[in-house]
Design a binder for this molecule. Structure first.
Ligand SMILES: O=C(O)CCC(=O)C(=O)O
Length: 308
């Protein structure tokens, strides 16, 4: 018997490749995370920041050291539109950040509680049966700043968090109202069943990041044609959770409103030997911070004494 999800919700996730769960966090829980994210933005020192922008286009994807070594840290990536031609910030730092990442789920006690010390997450993971022994590998707060909050182009998450076989699962929690105007997520239902992962985002041997292609251009065109369809926009309220299959196509538009759109998201993958995560991936575990096992009881109870 499922503990948290209904059989209908599990079927819906398997059919559509995503599932909206309204009110996964209550309003207070969502407010606490929102306030913490704003505090982090307020407190981070902009002096000595390398002014790394979060860019997502196929040709120009972020890949400097500040990004590549952010897996076990809390770092701040800027919006492309927040810098002028000379590289100077055009607005206050709090309004210049695109996302905070990628170790919030381990380092920050409030984000850790929601991610790794949360019985609802454990029940949901057991119900979904997507993974046997998942590990959490990254987390982010995405802020979608008013007017400059950039679009996130169509993609699937297993391209960026690649395992063999693909096993990524996204948890995306709205911390504010998400509307068509401020860049709510939209999905291509069923696309996870129609097209395999055709490329993966890797560390290049020459430095930086790029894509390694796993299919010929002909195969890619064939899969792209098979997965055409109508995107469904999912408006959300604070606390709503969207589960995102690693192969489902999704995107979000630019924020054209005057309101922010904060969301907290983290990802899990299956652990070996069921799925292999290799050294080509941009995000690497470190001796200080191996990927935590989500269903591992001792791990769940372990609270970093430095954070207690
Ligand atoms: O929050 C967004 O706008 C995009 C998030 C997303 O696509 C992802 O985390 O994979």
């Amino acid at each position: 018997m499922p503990e948290y999800l209904t059989e209908e919700q599990i079927e819906q996730f398997n059919r559509d490749g995503y599932l909206l769960i309204p009110g996964f966090l209550d309003c207070t829980e969502a407010e606490v995370l929102l306030a913490r994210a704003k505090q982090l933005l307020f407190e981070f020192p902009i002096e000595n920041h390398p002014l790394t922008k979060f860019t997502t286009s196929d040709k120009n994807h972020v890949g400097d050291d500040y990004f590549l070594t952010s897996g076990d840290k809390i770092r701040f990536f800027l919006e492309e539109g927040a810098l002028d031609e000379d590289g100077n910030l055009t607005r206050e730092k709090q309004q210049a950040v695109n996302k905070i990442g990628h170790g919030l789920h381990e380092i920050d006690p409030l984000f850790r509680r929601v991610t790794l010390q949360n019985e609802r997450i454990q029940s949901l993971v057991r119900d979904l049966k997507f993974h046997v022994d998942p590990v959490a590998l990254q987390s982010m707060v995405i802020t979608k700043q008013p007017e400059i909050g950039g679009e996130v182009p169509e993609h699937n998450d297993s391209t960026f968090l690649y395992t063999d076989p693909p096993s990524a699962l996204g948890f995306w929690i709205a911390l504010e109202r998400c509307t068509p105007e401020n860049g709510a997520l939209s999905f291509l239902p069923g696309s996870h069943l129609k097209a395999p992962i055709t490329k993966r985002f890797v560390r290049l041997p020459t430095g930086g990041t790029g894509f390694e292609f796993l299919a010929t251009p002909e195969m890619e065109a064939q899969y792209a044609a098979a997965s055409q369809g109508k995107y469904v926009l999912e408006a959300c309220s604070p606390g709503d959770l969207v589960l995102i299959h690693g192969s489902v196509l999704h995107k979000s538009e630019r924020n054209t409103s005057n309101k922010t759109r904060f969301a907290y998201t983290f990802h899990m993958i299956e652990s070996p030997p069921r799925a292999l995560y290799d050294a080509k991936n941009w995000l690497q575990p470190t001796p200080n911070m191996p990927f935590p096992h989500v269903l591992d009881e001792p791990n769940l109870k372990l609270v970093n004494p430095a954070l207690a």
